[in-house]
Design a protein around this ligand. Structure first.
Ligand code: NAP
Length: 286
């Protein structure tokens, strides 16, 4: 008997609430390919050993989540140029023992926007947050030639660092300021798209939001990358006001589909993956 199954996995800490194994295993089953996906809790201090293990065990692919997205770059053989600029990797493929890193968060978010008919060229974009996901999304948005990006973050120095880098490297107008009510109100007066890239509003803090409802306008599109719950308070209030809304689950499924395609070379069954993710979140399996 031959064991030919290819193994993909998630490494992070914590990983107890992840739905990635559900999404990927259903996709492998749907296409009848001999892959399996598991999640491993890997402590910060064990990352190097875990990456050595990926090579030793010939694991085909990795998803990387908090807290390893930045640190893992040090242990890879090659990193995609944009992922290198972003400074974060969430997907790794093992090509004959060489580990190559990518970032699918940014393209996953762009695809979610396009699927809902939102195109970024010439638009004014407001991003809340300057963490790993915010950086990836800001970089990919900058490539689409928006007229302006504003980044507001609680720790203003991080927002400034991201906006300086993007402004210089991508040659677009990218500003940053501290995330506080006055700056938020002013920025929202002229925004086409607001994206919450912070963890505010995530389970179990369902009633938290950074944006007072009174600041939202019906001609805005509002995206929240938090996917648990499916409808955050920000999205519920934006829908009330009449905004076009985009849920974090749309980005989640699209970034997962891109990782899947990097590992398998086969087009991902996105609808099957979305249905599984929605069912898991609705059933509150987490
Ligand atoms: P991260 O690198 O830890 O960044 C967290 C961000 O949230 C930082 O900007 C942080 O501000 C801000 N923040 C946290 N608590 C805050 C508070 N109480 N008030 C104001 N700002 C606060 O995390 P990440 O990887 O970017 O992930 C952020 C969120 O996106 C998480 O909820 C994650 O689950 C979600 N996510 C979703 C997807 C998807 O596919 N839908 C993909 C990736 C991530 P400071 O810099 O001031 O600390």
């Amino acid at each position: 008997m031959q064991y030919k199954s290819k193994v993909c996995c998630l490494i992070g800490d914590p990983i107890e609430h992840t739905i990635s194994p559900l999404i990927h295993n259903i996709a492998f089953q749907k296409l009848g390919i001999d892959y399996v996906y598991v999640a491993f809790r890997v402590k910060k201090s064990m990352l190097k050993m875990a990456v050595d293990g990926v090579k030793a065990l010939n694991i085909r692919g990795l998803n990387v989540t908090i807290p390893h997205k930045v640190e893992i770059i040090n242990y890879l053989d090659k990193v995609d140029k944009l992922a290198e600029n972003i400074g974060a990797v969430n997907t790794v493929v093992n090509e004959d023992g060489k580990l190559i890193g990518y970032n699918t968060d940014g393209p996953g978010a762009i695809k979610a926007l396009q699927d809902k008919g939102f195109y970024l060229r010439g638009k004014r974009i407001l991003i809340l947050g300057a963490g790993g996901a915010a950086r990836a999304i800001a970089y990919y948005i900058a490539r689409e030639e928006p007229s302006e990006i504003i980044i507001l973050n609680r720790s203003v120095e991080k927002a400034l660092e991201v906006s300086d880098k993007i402004g210089c490297e991508m040659n677009i107008s990218c500003k940053a300021a501290k995330l506080e009510e006055e700056n938020l109100k002013k920025a929202l007066e002229n925004t086409d798209l607001l994206i919450n890239c912070t963890s505010v509003g995530m389970f179990p803090n369902l009633e938290e939001t950074l944006v007072p409802k009174a600041f939202l306008k019906m001609d805005m599109t509002v995206m929240d990358i938090v996917y648990n719950p499916i409808y955050t308070r920000l999205l519920r209030e934006a829908a009330d006001v009449g905004c076009n809304i985009i849920c974090g689950i749309d980005m989640l499924v699209n970034q997962a589909a891109l990782s899947f395609e990097i590992w398998t070379g086969i087009k991902a069954p996105v609808e099957e993956m979305r249905r599984t993710a929605l069912e898991a979140l609705r059933k509150d399996l987490l």
